[in-house]
Design a protein around this ligand. Structure first.
Ligand code: FAD
Length: 312
């Protein structure tokens, strides 16, 4: 196959920044946004035949994309949407691109309890499975019955049970595959909820959750959510705050003054500015506390390994 035989809707040299919540990053060598499983399969088949690395992207709300861009096929699944409810059993089947806040509201309106906490997480179901997204003591692993996964190298779909996904704190087996040339892709997932609840009560819980987020997180500026994993039982945000790093800036990137585990884009930040702040935090926490802070966010594309010093 040659680039000339590009499947419809696979585009070369496409900007990626607007497909991320941080609004930073360069261009994709190739970008595809499938709307159906058939489109997804043919795009992936083309990429594998071309020897291209496949990079699944959901809503890009946990991704730092390099300013240099991304080689291979960036496969953005946010348009692969659709959801089906079974109101009597509480089972929900959602395609990978279903937006978590929308899904949480739809479930609440159907009287299905158990997903209210998803309303403040701006990702997709596929990203939430890959990351085992969670908050307020809940996580996706607790709700996942099974997941349909596409293996790009064979074009086959497999259904794995939740307990076979090697879930841990913000971890699933999909992350172990992320460095592969053709990592498995979440096509859809089935979640269990508890049926028969009053929609108004569930919507009230969502409202309370969101207002708490608005008070404690910098929701008005682009970010990637929590940048660092908590070195349990400690909180990454608290460690960064006590070291006086809130408000540190590189270019237009800033360690949030609202929540120290967030790095916000105050306008025209570059990925290298955000990465410089990540290194600043990691170096400071190691030097002052002897603790290695690991990132929760995922990197896509090439980044410098060590601190490049102050930028911008
Ligand atoms: C303001 C804000 C608040 C946040 N709050 C929370 C929170 O409370 N709790 C929490 O856990 N997270 C939170 N996040 C982070 C993020 O929203 C979650 O990690 C979310 O699950 C990521 O989903 P996504 O679709 O955006 O994934 P992406 O960011 O696009 O991708 C994340 C990872 O998942 C992989 N991936 C994505 N889709 C697929 C797929 N279909 N198949 C296989 N792999 C895939 C990617 O390759 C990548 O490795 C927050 C982010 C922001 C910006």
């Amino acid at each position: 196959m040659s680039p000339a035989s590009l499947p419809v809707d696979v585009r070369p040299s496409q900007p990626l920044a607007d497909l991320t919540s941080w609004k930073v990053g360069g261009t994709a060598e190739y970008l595809a946004l499938p709307r159906s499983v058939d489109q997804l399969a043919s795009m992936v088949q083309w990429a594998v035949a071309m020897g291209l690395t496949v990079h699944p992207i959901g809503a890009g709300s946990n991704l730092l994309i390099s300013d240099e861009g991304v080689q291979g096929l960036s496969l953005c699944l946010r348009r692969l949407q659709g959801v089906r409810f079974e109101p009597t059993t509480g089972m929900i089947e959602a395609y990978s691109g279903e937006h978590l806040p929308t899904l949480a509201r739809k479930a609440a309106r159907a009287g299905l309890h158990g997903l209210e906490w998803l309303a403040g997480i701006p990702g997709t179901i596929g990203g939430a499975v890959a990351m085992n997204a969670g908050c307020q003591g809940s996580c996706l692993a607790e709700r996942l019955v099974d997941v349909e996964l596409l293996d790009p190298s064979t074009g086959k779909c497999w259904r794995l049970r939740g307990q076979d996904m090697a879930f841990g704190y913000r971890h699933s087996l999909l992350q172990d595959m992320a460095a592969a040339q053709a990592p498995w892709i979440v096509v859809s997932a089935r979640l269990r909820t508890s049926p028969g609840h009053a929609p108004q009560n569930l919507l009230e819980i969502i409202k309370a959750n969101l207002s708490q987020r608005n008070r404690t997180q910098p929701c008005n500026l682009p970010s990637g959510g929590s940048v660092f994993r908590n070195p349990l039982p400690l909180k990454a945000g608290r460690l960064i705050e006590v070291l006086g790093l809130k408000g540190e800036r590189r270019g237009h990137a800033e360690i949030s003054t609202v929540h120290a585990n967030f790095i916000v884009n105050r306008g025209r930040a570059l990925a290298q500015h955000i990465q410089a702040l990540i290194h600043l935090v990691q170096d400071s926490v190691m030097r002052e506390k002897g603790i290695t802070l690991q990132t929760e966010i995922k990197h896509l594309g090439r980044f410098a390994q060590s601190s490049p010093g102050p930028l911008g």
